[in-house]
Design a protein around this ligand. Sequence first.
Ligand code: CAA
Length: 242
Amino acid sequence: MARVALVTGGTRGIGHAISTALKNAGYRVAANYAGNDAAAQQFQVETGIPVFKWNVGDYAACEAGCAQVAKEVGPVDVLVNNAGITRDAMLHRMTLEQWKEVISTDLDSVFNMTRQVIDGMRARNFGRVINVSSINGRKGQMGQTNYSAAKAGMHGFTKALAFEGAAKGITANTIAPGYIATEMVRAVPKEVLDTKIIPQIPVGRLGESEEIARAVVFLAADSAGFINGACFDINGGHYMAT
Ligand code: CAA
């Protein structure tokens, strides 16, 4: 039987490419989404991948949603925590709501989701938890104290889980995409993108979602069992961590 992969935020942007790439690699895929019904329906029609609507920032919703996925698609072997939002503002203008929304969707979600599937992974002695973080959780970014904090938190979570899961065949890894050509990045003011960001990318362009998805497929494989607690920076050379 093909393994089951669940991708949060899996119907748009980078998540769309991840869901599709996993399906093409032979996985049975379930794509979670939170808000955009029209995009999700179009995605389902185009790809044949079933979609499941819930808010990953809500623990009870994750519990119910993961139970539904297990019932309709199967127990989750590969969890891709991809859902994320931005609410950019300089700290001196950031509201408590902007802080909380980002921490809830981008970081609480990682606990809320992984907690639902970890028992099953332990029982079956196999699991892949792949957390889609960001270059901005590695280097920081103006206007993103909330997002950088949440994305950096994902790295700590990943490294701790990498210890805990290892004896049970469960790996946990992070991918840190740079600036990828998605709606999220296109929402950055054009002048900032053109003058402050793209000139910092040695490759000289934004990345493509498919360039992230291929790394997810790589980490999800049964043969990737020795890659654990790693962070893959995929950013065109924008930030080169030592
Ligand atoms: N790098 C360097 N300088 C920047 C900058 C950046 N990324 N963003 C803004 N600045 C500069 C501006 O050019 C401006 O400089 P001057 O005063 O010299 O003109 C100064 O910071 C203040 O900027 P604003 O006048 O625009 O101030 P603001 O309060 O209206 O907005 C901001 C500030 C929220 C940071 C806004 O500029 C912005 O949204 N910047 C982009 C932030 C960003 O990169 N977000 C990433 C979103 S994509 C994503 O998050 C996906 C991922 O994982 C990579």
